[in-house]
Design a protein around this ligand. Sequence first.
Ligand code: NAD
Ligand code: ZN
Length: 284
Amino acid sequence: MDPHPTLPHKGGGKIKGGVACAERRESDLVTGVPSTDLEHAARLVRRARRGVAFTGAGVSAESGIRTFRGQDGLWKQYDPFKTASLQHFLRDPTIYWTVSRERWHTYQQAQPNPGHHALAALEAAGHLAGVVTQNTDGLHRQAGTQHLVELHGSGRTVRCLDCGGIEPRAEVQARLGREMPPICRVCGQRRLKPMVIFFGESLPPSAIAEAFELARACDLMLVVGSTLQVYPAAEVPRVAVELGAPLVVVNDEPTPIDVEAAVVLQGRSGEILPALQAMITAGG
Ligand code: NAD
Ligand code: ZN
């Protein structure tokens, strides 16, 4: 498997091998026309004992953090190759830091929304074994998710590529007005990089292994707020589906994996997930 995240590419090969782990009932068999019924989704989540939520930027949209793609996506404004690829960052970190400086206030002030809280509650209730996220905003942790796999790292910390020194992102922000790009306090070099995975970088092997382990063992895959266009992360839900786990998708626009889903709930995750969780709680 390609260990590097890549820019948008559709599809993704079938994953071979493995043992189907999901308990599957006739009513869950995918017919190519997914249900749009909240009660159906609630039944699937309610009976899950080791479900996994796979989340993307959409789950944080209602916390005020813009997504990359989708209708109001950042990539309509910025070029992803120039802003968030390792190749361009190494050539000139200024482009990244100029965009990041503007966005930081929103990031820092963002709070978990009802969608993050609902996922934490589903984990606490024993339906989800954990959350695998592509997000770097830390909001799942803030909402109380215990078993969290951050595939693309965290934007709250910055590391010097020359000396390895680590600094909180907030401290770097404080001097961006006079230093662009920022200078390392330890070695004086100008290659400070947030501890997020850029396009062209390898994902942390431990995070990717943990994510696939959860996906292989899960009895439900809940995809929330992702276009599923960034690889290899987007393979995580595909592995679960290939091994027979029922799939529920919550997104405000169609996704490439909808055809594999038992249920597709189109709309805002900050509204749908709490409604789903309330229905599950009410059902005992
Ligand atoms: P994406 O931007 O490609 O897709 C987000 C999807 O969520 C879109 O389909 C969009 O229509 C949908 N969406 C928007 N608002 C929604 C809402 N309220 N409810 C439900 N769905 C909603 O995001 P991605 O698939 O995560 O991949 C892009 C990369 O973006 C990831 O690697 C991630 O690291 C990075 N990213 C992270 C953040 C963050 O940490 N919050 C923000 C932007 C991008
Ligand atoms: Zn340094």
